[in-house]
Design a binder for this molecule. Structure first.
Ligand SMILES: [Zn+2]
Length: 91
């Protein structure tokens, strides 16, 4: 059996930095201290050999703690400044 004909593909959730992403200090529930957070966008990507090729689904924005990599919903206060305004598909 020749394994070179097996094509590995699938989908995977990835988190990518958005253009003009918000960055600032928030209280991290996991670290229990103020940490630097970065805005990210959650996208489900079609992958071929584990490499994301294109986006198949978008799930809105979130903020990621740069200390523990914990991911949380964008705080409601930040949406007033236009952070994370890409509508989530689940609404
Ligand atoms: Zn944290």
């Amino acid at each position: 059996m020749d394994l070179s004909f097996i094509v590995v593909f699938g989908t995977r959730w990835t988190f990518r930095t958005v253009d003009r992403a918000w960055q600032g200090v928030l209280n991290c529930p996991d670290c229990r201290s103020p940490q630097i957070f970065q805005e990210k966008e959650a996208v489900k990507a079609f992958t071929l050999y584990w490499k994301p090729l294109w986006t198949v689904e978008r799930a809105g924005h979130l903020v990621e703690c740069q200390h523990c990599q914990g991911k949380f919903d964008v705080p409601i206060e930040l949406t007033e400044y236009g952070v994370g305004l890409t509508p989530a598909l689940s609404v």
